[in-house]
Design a protein around this ligand. Sequence first.
Ligand code: NAP
Ligand code: ZN
Ligand code: ZN
Length: 347
Amino acid sequence: MFTVNAYGATSATEPLVPMTIERRDPGPHDVVIEIHYTGICHSDIHHARSDWKQETYPLVPGHEIAGIITEVGAEVTRHAVGDRVGVGCMIDSCRECANCRKGEEQYCLKGNTLTYADTGADGRPTQGGYSTHIVVTEDFVLKIPDALSLEAAAPLLCAGITTWTPLRDWGAGPGKKVAVVGLGGLGHMAVKLAHAMGAEVTVLSQSLRKKDDGLRLGAHSYYATSDPATFEELAGTFDLIVNTVSANLDLDAYLSLLATGGTLANVGAPAEPVAVNVFSLLGGHRSLAGSLIGGIGETQRMLDFCAEHGLGCDVEIVPADRINETYERVLASDVRYRFAIDISTLR
Ligand code: NAP
Ligand code: ZN
Ligand code: ZN
């Protein structure tokens, strides 16, 4: 075991504080990563504050991790010391079930191991990337292409793959009309990716405050959902709507924007149940779906696609001692479009 500096929550109600945590010594298949940047995902806030379930504390969030390998176990073959790498939301899975064999480790039937707020194979709580180093089995470590800076790549490990997967699964591409609800961390990557895939992209945001940004990121049009005329004008328009909002919406209103056979794919994860009038689905043969991050192989394909198309996250880099302040800004939708912690400020 070795001790590393970290920043984490000690309860659901108090601000995050500096702390130290123990990392395991690398086993034969492990790599040690010196973390350079970690993105701040809205899920970190949900976990830190026990929005979804009662968490175990101390809890060190962070699942958008980018850094450099400093040590490898004796049997590691995929990575080498000095490699630029990333770690996302999962650090292990059973690797044997039908879903793992399909490359969908996020749906591991025996339950995968989350990067933090979970229990590792050694029975200890997993702790995330608001820390100087992490030790991960090599198969769950992604290669960051040279064309992407570490800070712009870090949030791709969650925000990128989470929006990539539904866009791929529901066929975003030329001739398809895709709407993205919420222009935050996930939403801004959904716009960039859907545009790069060739779809016609519309942003549905609470206001027109970020319209210039939305158009610059690749949107074809931009509407305020606070204006009831938006729902009249866009009724029956979209093949796919990707909902990235962290709070509950009136899903019936958004379902009415789908064309016949269209899908509303939810990636936002509000804690409270949603209500839907089933007639919103019946009439237009519409689907209400959900999607969770993405598999390891798919994450590498997403990173390579981003490198090829020059797509990184738009990040605002912050020192670790501003994490609590950034949480408040994320909750106020005041983020353009992802905070990334400069982990050198924790060393
Ligand atoms: P974020 O940066 O806070 O973005 C969410 C955006 O939603 C905001 O920027 C805002 O956009 C909009 N919004 C917020 N509150 C709203 C409200 N009350 N009504 C309408 N719109 C609202 O968060 P994020 O990091 O992108 O994460 C978004 C959600 O996805 C979170 O719930 C997170 O836990 C979840 N998530 C899920 C997965 C998965 O695998 N499914 C992975 C990662 C994250 P505008 O200002 O443009 O309206
Ligand atoms: Zn996340
Ligand atoms: Zn499995």
